[in-house]
Design a protein around this ligand. Sequence first.
Ligand SMILES: *[C@@H]1O[C@H](CO)[C@@H](O)[C@H](O)[C@H]1NC(C)=O
Ligand SMILES: *[C@@H]1O[C@H](CO)[C@@H](O)[C@H](O)[C@H]1NC(C)=O
Ligand SMILES: *[C@@H]1O[C@H](CO)[C@@H](O)[C@H](O)[C@H]1NC(C)=O
Ligand SMILES: *[C@@H]1O[C@H](CO)[C@@H](O)[C@H](O)[C@H]1NC(C)=O
Ligand SMILES: *[C@@H]1O[C@H](CO)[C@@H](O)[C@H](O)[C@H]1NC(C)=O
Ligand SMILES: *[C@@H]1O[C@H](CO)[C@@H](O)[C@H](O)[C@H]1NC(C)=O
Length: 241
Amino acid sequence: MEAPLLPLLLLFLAAAAGPNAATAARDGCTSGCDHALGSYYVASNQNVTYIASLFGFSDYRVLGKYNPGIPNLDFVAAGDRLNVPFPCQCIAPPSAPASTFLAAPIRYDVHTGDTYISIADQFNNLTTPAWLQATNTYPANNIPDVGSVNVTVNCSCGDPGISTAYGLFLTYPLRDRETLASVAANHSFSSPEQMDLLRKYNPGMDGVTGSGIVYIPAKDPNGSYLPLKSQGTGSLCPSGS
Ligand SMILES: *[C@@H]1O[C@H](CO)[C@@H](O)[C@H](O)[C@H]1NC(C)=O
Ligand SMILES: *[C@@H]1O[C@H](CO)[C@@H](O)[C@H](O)[C@H]1NC(C)=O
Ligand SMILES: *[C@@H]1O[C@H](CO)[C@@H](O)[C@H](O)[C@H]1NC(C)=O
Ligand SMILES: *[C@@H]1O[C@H](CO)[C@@H](O)[C@H](O)[C@H]1NC(C)=O
Ligand SMILES: *[C@@H]1O[C@H](CO)[C@@H](O)[C@H](O)[C@H]1NC(C)=O
Ligand SMILES: *[C@@H]1O[C@H](CO)[C@@H](O)[C@H](O)[C@H]1NC(C)=O
């Protein structure tokens, strides 16, 4: 029981200290938010039914309202990106219970022979094998054949210290030649002021190309940016709570 914990802790610390870890707005959370979105890159031979099921949806049509740019989900093709919603929670990993960070723990039912590598593979860079290992109690060589693991997908709820205009964020894994600037521009954040803002949400990611995750403010299904809800004080929240 004791043996696996030290390597896991070291792994977690190494991951947390990595140069690409976007730490400022996400680490040391005390609460999460109702929703974040993940940008799922559709690879060849992946259909919407399968992708929706990975995130716990038995009917892929629920994804329609989060994907206004895709007129018909039945014609999603390899190379498209599908937005998937998940709750963004404040989590303390078993490997380092004193730290907290924002992520969605997505329940994944294990199949015989699964490894953290094979599981992470299905999520197309929304998570990594190392991050799965750091956020699950099972050692990598001893995942039970029956049961579930947490597929931990990092997310953001915004940051009152940066802006109160944005409270819904897209978790976007960079591909190939993509950078924070190219993805930002593609999501209508292209002015120098907007880029300054996005750099604050993504410390350490400016100048990174083709790997790691960036967080981009996203529109809600009604087509407007969702402002930040207060997390505790109540002062920013229009509807109380
Ligand atoms: C998720 O966030 C944690 C904490 O900031 C970081 O250590 C980890 O590397 C991130 N995981 C991924 C897959 O980006
Ligand atoms: C969708 O993909 C899954 C997993 O690859 C496969 O089992 C299923 O047959 C596919 N469904 C359709 C309609 O292509
Ligand atoms: C995941 O990232 C790796 C390297 O960063 C890249 O080669 C691969 O194509 C990505 N996979 C997907 C499905 O985006
Ligand atoms: C998944 O996460 C939950 C909640 O954080 C935790 O209780 C559970 O032990 C985790 N599962 C594994 C296999 O680590
Ligand atoms: C920008 O968006 C378009 C359409 O959504 C897509 O085809 C293109 O690959 C995107 N480019 C980048 C750099 O994200
Ligand atoms: C979207 O608009 C509808 C109708 O105006 C409203 O009832 C709903 O609460 C709005 N949803 C969000 C998330 O703002």
